[in-house]
Ligand binder design. Structure first.
Ligand code: DX5
Ligand code: ZN
Length: 225
């Protein structure tokens, strides 16, 4: 029986004036993880937030905190994010100098280790590290901002990455991030993803709890609309 897919609302699209309320809403919903997007304005053209927000999420929910680092030198902050309460840490293959060492560091601290690939990055960039990973993140937008449109060519990249994962390390979670909404989640799952990130698709919905439930209800077997 294949494992059910996971839903990870991105708190980048939450209302930071009411962060505790939004975190508790996700906590009480069908969502599995919190996706926490850290941007430094150097690696990506936007600044989001850092360690104190991870700590704040941890104060209001025990759900898995999946931290996506879009920063230069992510390897310098592994320990700090662990202390702040990250359960999983995902770094970009394009920016880490010594990827193998960085992944071992993340795992040594007891966190799940993930590697993210931008839309323009060859999938082969993660091939050598697949045996060591817990998660691969295929970006379906260019990182930096919530609310962008899903890049259609991402579907073929998800299919190809699913084949690579199944051949080398089938336990890896395949996460997709950017432009996912209840309307396209089915095709993303059919392509082989098993963790759906959604920011504006959840927090921009009239009923975020219902949007999360509908992302959770989708299945690879749902027929296209
Ligand atoms: C983009 C971030 C995403 C973002 C997704 O750089 O990594 O996690 O929050 O937002 P939506 O779902 O609105 O595209
Ligand atoms: Zn993200």
């Amino acid at each position: 029986m294949p494992e059910p897919h996971l839903v990870a609302p991105s708190i980048l699209s939450a209302d930071f004036g009411f962060l505790a309320r939004d975190v508790r809403m996700v906590d009480a919903s069908d969502a599995d993880w919190f996706h926490i997007d850290v941007m430094d304005g150097v690696y990506v053209p936007n600044i989001s937030f850092g360690l104190p927000i991870v700590e704040a999420v941890a104060r209001h929910s025990d759900k898995f905190r999946d931290v996506h680092l879009m920063t230069s030198r992510p390897e310098a902050f592994v320990e700090a994010f662990h202390k702040a309460g990250a359960h999983g840490l995902t770094v970009h293959v394009e920016v880490v100098q010594h990827l193998h060492a960085c992944i071992q560091h993340i795992k040594r601290l007891g966190m799940k280790a993930g590697v993210a690939l931008n839309p323009g990055t060859a999938l082969s960039a993660v091939e050598a590290i697949l045996p060591d990973l817990d998660l691969v993140l295929i970006m379906s937008v260019n990182p930096g901002f919530g609310g962008q449109a899903f890049i259609p060519g991402s579907l073929e990249r998800i299919r190809r990455m699913r084949h690579m994962i199944d051949a080398v390390n089938p336990g890896i979670r395949l996460q997709v991030d950017g432009g996912i909404k209840p309307g396209n989640a089915g095709e993303v799952l059919r392509a082989g993803a098993d963790v759906l990130v959604s920011g504006s698709g959840v927090f921009g919905a009239a009923d975020p709890v219902a949007a999360i439930a509908s992302l959770k209800r989708e299945s690879p077997h749902t027929l296209p609309a």
